[in-house]
Design a protein around this ligand. Structure first.
Ligand SMILES: [Zn+2]
Ligand SMILES: [Zn+2]
Ligand SMILES: [Zn+2]
Length: 244
């Protein structure tokens, strides 16, 4: 049964591409799909219900177990991805150990996600099936407050949604992160990854990399400038060293 509308006649498609339902309305609506190869993986998104992903989840501060989790039904602006890589950030360890805030267990960490797009909602414009996308530490924000309108979604006045351990305002429940086989994220929070790059190496850029790059860019660091770096260790330090 479809959990979006509770209609018992709705079919919930499995994550397996071969089982995805093909709809001509969806094909025409996107205007992007051409050829039989593309049609094979095109879905009529209103029929793509919640999916199950395999994941590694913390069930308390020190236990980490394999688990099945549910990803929300694909919404009109959503991108569904098969996760290819997920970096491990020390923040994940802090979160699991409740060193920053109380945890929602089971917790699937991971906020440096690289994935291949397996389905797109009808309003998605940035991605086609087969594209590579990246997801960092946030997956949603209100989109209309002054902070969001100034591209500072992390400071959203209505509260941004973290990639995991955050209430999911779209589907309810708690978000779960990248230590899993699949994810559904609204397209605004999925970054296009260009073809031909080292995807495993790209994953840590989505937290460690951007955290390092952002202040260097903000303060206009350039060759010959003297800068101070606090905490030249771990992922951030590694990236900062390689950027300088
Ligand atoms: Zn339905
Ligand atoms: Zn991080
Ligand atoms: Zn906002």
């Amino acid at each position: 049964m479809c959990s979006r509308c509770d209609d018992p006649n709705h079919i919930v498609a499995s994550f397996d591409r071969r089982n995805l339902l093909i709809g001509s309305a969806g094909l025409a609506a996107t205007g992007l799909i051409a050829g039989a190869a593309a049609a094979k993986t095109t879905v009529m998104t209103s029929d793509l219900g919640p999916t199950t992903a395999s994941a590694w989840a913390a069930t308390d501060k020190s236990s980490f177990v394999p688990m099945k989790i549910q990803r929300r039904a694909l919404g009109p602006n959503d991108v569904q991805m098969e996760i290819l890589y997920s970096g491990i950030c020390h923040s994940d360890i802090h979160m699991v150990r409740e060193e920053w805030m109380p945890a929602h267990y089971p917790m699937v960490p991971g906020h440096e996600i690289i994935g291949r797009v397996t389905a797109v909602g009808p309003k998605v414009t940035k991605f086609r099936i087969g594209d590579i996308g990246g997801v960092g530490c946030m997956v949603d924000s209100c989109g209309y407050c002054v902070e969001c309108l100034a591209d500072r979604e992390h400071a959203c006045l209505n509260g941004m949604t973290l990639t995991y351990a955050s209430p999911d305002k779209i589907s309810g429940g708690i978000t779960q992160g990248g230590y899993s086989t699949g994810v559904v994220v609204t397209e605004k929070f999925v970054i296009r990854i260009p073809p031909g790059v080292n995807l495993a190496g790209m994953a840590p850029l989505l937290c460690a990399g951007i955290t390092t790059f952002s202040p260097l860019q903000h303060w206009k660091a350039s060759r010959g400038m003297r800068i101070g770096v606090i905490g030249l260790g771990g992922g951030w330090g590694t990236w900062r060293s390689s950027l300088l």
